[in-house]
Design a protein around this ligand. Structure first.
Ligand code: NAP
Length: 251
């Protein structure tokens, strides 16, 4: 497929890296020049062009701009009715994007994550789209969402990644002050947590509850640390934090 990217920032670079091996012809905005030049040099099927050329020579256009920039740039570009547009902008309703790219079709909001560059990462697609599932599902996991309220919930929940990384980093530091081996501590924790989470098939229902059950030996170390956290109110605070993000995203 001929795929164009408007805006060559952090997320576009990750997506291009993640899908470049999938036999597409990819055109990316000259901006950001360092990133666009680097991507074109790394992948033979990636070329750099001005914004209008990106649009004109693509069947699917992915908008990797900040929302305010998109409001200024998209109306200056000419789209065709046979083109499909998907937006990476979670903070712009799809209806608004549709009005900016008419007469092309605003297919969906697509939220990839930087790990898409390496594969195995979730890609939120709202509403579900067969063509976008084909593009993003080759080496990553498509998560279809039927409405933008659900997208808001998922956007709030994805922010859990940073506190989880912080918990692991703090634990690795704590270990290293005792063992003197920071790298070994990080490696151990990443394998421990990653392995436990990916052991069950992703389609297995209640896999997290099953894992908690397995880690619930009475008097066991896991159960003791979890109950220590619960007594300190950590899990209640987590829900409050998620509620706060949800309120912000609904504004
Ligand atoms: N980062 C993430 O993990 C992530 C994940 C999902 C969705 N998103 C969404 O994706 C969008 C982009 O995020 P980002 O993190 O990739 O931001 P970013 O790194 O700041 O990228 C924005 C890109 O837009 C370019 N740009 C600015 N003006 C332009 C113009 N007139 N024509 C063409 N390109 C122009 C910038 O180029 P210059 O550098 O030359 O100014 C830059 O390449 C945002 O709406 C964000 O919410 C981001």
């Amino acid at each position: 497929m001929r795929i164009g990217f408007l805006g060559t920032g952090t997320i576009t670079s990750a997506v291009v890296t993640g899908i470049a091996a999938d036999a597409h012809t990819i055109t990316i905005s000259r901006r950001n020049p360092n990133r666009s030049t680097d991507l074109a040099a790394r992948f033979g099927n990636v070329s750099v062009a001005e914004n209008q050329q990106v649009v004109s020579q693509s069947d699917l256009i992915l908008v990797g701009l900040m929302a305010q920039t998109a409001r200024e740039i998209l109306p200056t570009l000419t789209f065709r009715p046979d083109q499909i547009v998907a937006s990476f902008m979670a903070d712009m309703p799809l209806a608004e994007c549709a009005a900016l790219i008419t007469p092309a079709k605003a297919e969906a909001i697509v939220i990839p994550f930087p790990a898409i560059a390496h594969g195995g990462s979730p890609v939120l697609i709202c509403p579900p789209s067969r063509v976008l599932a084909q593009v993003f599902g080759v080496s990553n996991h498509v998560v279809p969402l039927t409405n933008e309220t659900a997208l808001t919930t998922y956007m709030a929940a994805q922010a859990l990644l940073s506190p989880v990384a912080k918990l692991l980093a703090e634990t690795a530091d704590w270990m290293a002050t005792r063992t003197g081996d920071q790298a070994g501590a990080e490696r151990f924790l990443r394998i421990l947590i990653g392995g436990a989470l990916t052991a069950a098939n992703y389609n297995q229902p209640s896999a997290l509850r099953a894992l908690l059950n397995d880690l619930n030996t009475e008097g066991g170390l896991n159960a003791e640390l979890r109950e220590f956290f619960a007594a300190k109110g950590v899990f209640d605070e987590l829900i409050q934090g998620l509620d706060q993000l949800e309120r912000r995203l609904k504004l």
